[in-house]
Unconditional design. Structure first.
Length: 408
């Protein structure tokens, strides 16, 4: 069996389908349009970075207060927060309250939260009486307020550890040594303890992110969702030939009937590849979608088109009419898309939904892109194998029904 006849059938069908407005709408316009809409909706959320404005009242001016200010300065250098010094606790509270009521139209400087260091803070800690930093949180900036509280709590914990260490040394020292119990010596001990490296340190080794951006996820999800509708234009070709009355002429021609099936399969494959390729390139250029390594993406696209051909081929081969096939294909495409996470990510949901997603090519395609975002081409081997298995199994089921369709 040669491929010449199958290629001629595929070329004829592709030429005709490319002129069909429905193919253009389902294959390119609809997925690209929805990707653009979703990118405008989720893009600002996806690119958002935490930043807060904190008001600072330093009524102490002591060394421990200065140490706390250095902690805040480090946050400002990292771009996490903007620190604004104000003159009084009343002014700081006003700024925070103004932020809580900013939607009511009240104008003026605002702050997400405020730190108030009272007078005598450093002296109180040095003398063992203790001290406190007041955190004023905003009712509408819960995250910024929690971060402010965590900063103050972490600093107070560290200061408390130094205080306990100094007190322990002094309590176990020789009481007759008057020089040891002076305030000057206590300050020196506190400085030594503060400068001593901790016995246990944390080493931040951030793993590569195995997650697509919202823009890329929606672009990939819409592409694979509409891929099934696009491929359906090809796999239902036998039913269309029978409906318009051209099947009898094909069957009367001196050609191997397997060539007819292969020609329709090549049509489906061509439509799917063209649609996915255009969408990958268009969303990358227009929306800034990050699909990953081109070789890995090409492997995933090839495999998911093959899987879609097999699944929809079963439907087309077992349906009695083209209208029936289109209805079944739409139901199956929507169900698989929902379970596969094309509309929302199911990778972190766990439970039954995540388990069910593994029986859909959509989930394996998106999983492959997620893995590719954090690795090289080898990361997509497993998803590609799963997608090819989908195509082989369902294609094997569809084949005898297809043979029967061209023999009757």
């Amino acid at each position: 069996m040669t491929m010449r006849t199958a290629l001629l059938i595929a070329r004829k069908d592709l030429t005709r389908k490319m002129r069909d407005k429905s193919v253009f709408i389902y294959g390119i316009l609809a997925p690209l349009g929805l990707s653009v809409i979703f990118s405008f909706v989720f893009g600002p959320i996806d690119s958002a970075r935490f930043h807060a404005t904190y008001a600072l009242v330093n009524e102490d001016e002591g060394p421990i207060a200065e140490a706390f200010i250095e902690v805040l300065a480090a946050l400002e250098e990292d771009g996490i927060a903007t620190i604004v010094e104000v003159g009084s606790a009343a002014e700081a509270r006003t700024r925070v309250e103004r932020a809580s009521a900013e939607f009511s139209g009240e104008e003026g400087e605002t702050a997400s939260a405020a730190f108030v260091i009272p007078a005598g803070f450093s002296e109180g800690i040095a003398s063992g009486k203790g001290g406190e930093i007041t955190v004023i949180g905003s009712a509408t900036s819960h995250l910024a307020s929690q971060v402010a509280y965590s900063i103050a709590h972490g600093f107070s914990t560290e200061v408390g550890a130094v205080e306990v260490a100094v007190r322990t040394v002094l309590e176990h020292a020789d009481p007759s040594d008057g020089q040891l119990h002076t305030a000057e010596n206590a300050g020196r001990l506190a400085e030594e303890v503060a400068n001593t490296p901790p016995p246990v340190s944390l080493d931040d080794v951030t793993a590569a992110t195995r997650q697509l951006s919202q823009t890329t996820h929606m672009a990939a999800g819409m592409s694979v969702f509409f891929l099934f509708f696009t491929v359906a234009f090809g796999v239902s070709g036998l039913l269309e030939e029978r409906r318009v009355g051209t099947m009898d002429r094909l069957l009367a021609a001196p050609i191997d009937r397997r060539q007819i099936i292969l020609g329709k399969a090549l049509t489906s494959f061509g439509l799917g590849i063209v649609s996915m390729t255009v969408l990958v390139v268009a969303t990358s250029l227009l929306l800034g979608a990050k699909w990953g390594d081109p070789v890995g993406v090409a492997m995933l696209v090839f495999a998911v088109v093959f899987a879609a051909m097999g699944i929809l081929g079963v439907v087309a081969a077992t349906a009695k009419t083209q209208a029936q096939a289109e209805n079944f294909q739409a139901i199956i495409s929507l169900t698989l898309a929902f379970l596969g996470g094309t509309f929302f990510s199911v990778a972190q949901t766990g439970g039954v939904l995540q388990a069910l997603s593994l029986v859909t090519p959509h989930a394996w395609f998106l999983r492959g892109l997620n893995d590719l975002a954090a690795g090289d081409v080898s990361a997509v081997y497993e998803p590609v194998a799963a997608l090819l298995l989908f195509g082989l199994v369902t294609g094997g089921v569809a084949w005898p029904f297809m043979r029967k369709a061209v023999e009757r």
